[in-house]
Structure formats: C-alpha cells, structure tokens
Design a protein around this ligand. Structure first.
Ligand code: F6R
Length: 261
C-alpha cells in the first residue's frame, strides 16, 4: 500500500481530487468507482472547482457507486443516488446515463446485484475506485467477518454502522438495516484503489487496515492484496500507525513520476 499522510482532511481531499483528476485527464473515458459519506465531500468540491475553473471534463466519464440503502428511492434525501446528484453529478458535465448507483428499490435485489456486476464488466472494469473507511474497518458496506472475495450483494449493516450513520436519519429506527454493496472481490478488481480516512475515530481502523493482518475482521485489510492501492490519511487518523515515519520517508523520496503533488 502507498500511505500518504497529510496535515488534515483538507489537504488530503485536495490531493485525492488531484489523483482522480489526473486519471480523467489521461483517460477522458475513464470509469470511476465512487463513494458517499462525509469523507469524500470536500474531494468532490475540489473536482467541481477543477471542472468550473480548469475545464476538467466529465462528459465521457462513467461512474459506478459502491452502495445504496435497500428501500430508499433515488429521490429520498438520504439515498446515495441523491447524495451523488447533490454533491457531484449536477455540478459537472457528466452524462446522467453514464452514472450508476445500485437500485435499492429493485423488485428483485439479487438480480439487481448480478446486473450491477455485468454493467461494470460491460464498461470495461473500473479504472479507479474511491473508498472511505468505516470505524469498524468496513469498505463499501462490507462489514467485519464478511467474505474477502464477495461480489455485489445485499448486506446487513452492523450495529456500529447503524450508530455511525443514523444521525442523518433522525433515529436508528428510521434507518435501513440493509444495503446493496459492491463486494470486496468487486472492489479488488478495480485497476487502482484510492482510500481516504480522516479524524481520530478512524485511527484504529487505519492501523488495522494498513499494519494489521489480512483478515475478514477488518475488511479494509483486503486492500493489502491490491497491486495499486493508495491510502490518504491525516495526522489524526494516522496516530496509531507504527511505521508512520517509514511512510513519510518513502513519500519524501519518490521519483518525479511517482509523486502526486
Ligand atoms: C460509502 C461507503 C462507506 C463509507 C464509510 C465511511 O459509500 O461505502 O464505506 O465510506 O462508512 O463513511 P464516512 O465517510 O461518512 O465516515
């Protein structure tokens, strides 16, 4: 894993946006895997700024989101369809027909999951998958102890995830308990993976993901097997890393073509 430690989430998100923008500039018809949640919001703002001020062109880009809550229609304010529209899609020149989010209201959820995998394959696979990290180490909605080779499927949210995400729903009772999510096997097939995690609540999960053993109790640790995974953390979420000085050393001795900023 390439571990990049930045001062705070602001500089981390700007760096993440730079990495994604470079992928889009080098391959205008890139396929991006996208995430929702608090973590990538600032990154999306930076992509929007680059679109408005620097002409970053999304017209040929295709996107696949990681997940969606079961039962929430696209118009629901807490749906991930809604999140993506509000936080990115409606601010850039992306073709809505090229944006994909699993349909949590599909009459046959299993068929929807299988179809989602087929759509990713038909698009030529994902060039870069953006990820956040749950406090319990989840990626997408792949919760601890799930298979490290899972495919897009219906998953049951853990109690920790329900607690972490329920605030926006008003109460735990109002929050969906199930979600459709790309599996870890699906995520690992992306040609490149970029994970962001910020703040003290993520420190333990970051430490387990980067330096712990590869194990299903920390789904993020599966990224240790990915040939091209970049992890951007801030000082707070890096607090538990034993080899932080090593990551900084590597980062400061990169050759010009290996640098991101
Ligand atoms: C979101 C997703 C989740 C979040 C994770 C962190 O699409 O798949 O894995 O990335 O729960 O959420 P935040 O960023 O809100 O801390």
């Amino acid at each position: 894993m390439e571990v990049l430690i930045r001062d705070n989430s602001e500089t981390g998100c700007v760096l993440g946006a730079k990495i994604i923008a470079r992928v889009v500039r080098e391959k205008p018809d890139a396929v991006l895997g996208l995430a929702t949640g608090r973590t990538p919001q600032r990154l999306y703002q930076e992509l929007i700024r680059q679109h408005c001020e620097e002409g970053l062109d999304f017209s040929r880009v295709t996107t696949f989101n990681l997940d969606e809550y079961v039962g929430l229609p696209a118009a629901h304010v807490q749906s991930y369809h809604f999140f993506m529209r509000e936080n990115l899609f409606r601010h850039v020149n992306i073709d809505p027909k090229r944006t994909h989010v699993p349909d949590g209201t599909a009459p046959d959820l299993h068929a929807e999951c299988r179809d989602y995998e087929k759509r990713i394959e038909a698009a030529g696979g994902i060039d870069l998958q953006l990820l956040g990290l749950g406090r319990n180490g989840h990626i997408g909605f792949n919760e601890p102890t799930g298979s490290l080779r899972s495919r897009t499927w219906v998953k049951i949210l853990s109690e920790q995830t329900l607690r972490d995400n329920s605030a926006v729903f008003g109460s735990l009772a109002d929050m969906p308990k199930h979600a459709l999510t790309m599996g870890i096997g699906t995520i690992l097939e992306a040609r490149r993976v970029l994970l962001l995690a910020f703040g003290p609540p993520k420190a333990r999960a970051v430490e387990q993901m980067v330096e712990g053993p590869l194990c299903a109790i920390c789904p993020g640790s599966a990224l240790q097997q990915h040939p091209r995974a970049t992890v951007i953390v801030d000082e707070a979420s890096a607090a538990g890393l034993h080899y932080a000085d090593h990551y900084r050393w590597i980062d400061s001795h990169k050759l010009a073509w290996q640098r991101h900023d």
